[in-house]
Each structure stands twice: as C-alpha cells, then as structure tokens.
Design a protein around this ligand. Structure first.
Ligand code: ZN
Length: 136
C-alpha cells in the first residue's frame, strides 16, 4: 500500500500508471488519424464523383462528336475530366485568393467618426445610422 503511494508521490507529474496514459494517448492518436482519414476520404469521394460525372459528360460528348472506339473515348474522357478538375481547382484557388482580399477589405467595417457605429464597408463615406456624410 505504502509502496504504491510512494510511487505516485515520486512520479508527481504522472500519477496515472504509464500504461493507461499511453493507451489514452494512443487512442487519441488513432482518433485523430481516423478523423483525418475520414475527412480525406470524403473529399476524395466528392472529387471522384465530380470526376466521374465530368468524365461521363465528356464521354457522351465524344460519343456524339467523334467516331473513336470505346477505349479511346473512355480514356480521353477521363484524361479530359482530370485535366478539367485540375484546371478548375487552380482557377478556384486563384479566384479564392483575389476576391477574398477584396471582399475582406470591403467587409471589414470601421466605426462611424460621428456616432461610432459600424459602417457598412471600410470604404463607406456615409453612415447608415446617423446619416453623417464625409464624401470628399
Ligand atoms: Zn454614424
């Protein structure tokens, strides 16, 4: 009895037996991994579904527009779909970056110099609350 108590006291910072603490850490680690993997699987699934839909559309287009054999059409539609997804992603990321800074800049409001309430935009030159107007 006293031996156990001594152990706990001496350990101080780690009163829980190390195996239990380790197990808890391992569980947390796996929970994090699971969450991460689950999230990436969802993202991957959404991406795959979009790719398949796109490939299907391109396949239909190729079927109508060309006389390629089935293998060529399937291959080309997947390549085109993949490239389109890549392109869309690049475009989306680029568009995300640029307007975000614009939107953020106009969204961030500053207080009215007259009444102190938030203006509608940072560039506003008129207060919607008190009607103060400082157009130059
Ligand atoms: Zn005002």
């Amino acid at each position: 009895m006293t031996e156990v108590a001594d152990d706990v006291e001496r350990d101080g910072a780690r009163p829980v037996p190390s195996t239990v603490a380790d197990r808890r850490e391992v569980r947390g680690f796996f929970a994090g991994i699971g969450l991460l993997v689950g999230f990436s699987i969802v993202v991957l699934l959404v991406w795959l579904v979009a790719l398949l839909v796109l490939a299907g559309l391109i396949f239909l287009g190729l079927t109508v527009a060309t006389r390629w054999n089935l293998g060529a059409r399937v291959g080309a539609s997947f390549v085109f779909a993949y490239l389109t997804m890549k392109l869309l992603r690049i475009v989306a990321e680029t568009l995300d970056l640029i307007p975000e800074s614009w939107i953020d800049g106009s969204k961030k409001s500053k207080p009215c110099p007259n009444c102190g309430k938030d203006l509608r935009t940072a560039l506003a030159q008129q207060c919607m609350h008190c009607g103060a107007d400082w157009h130059s």
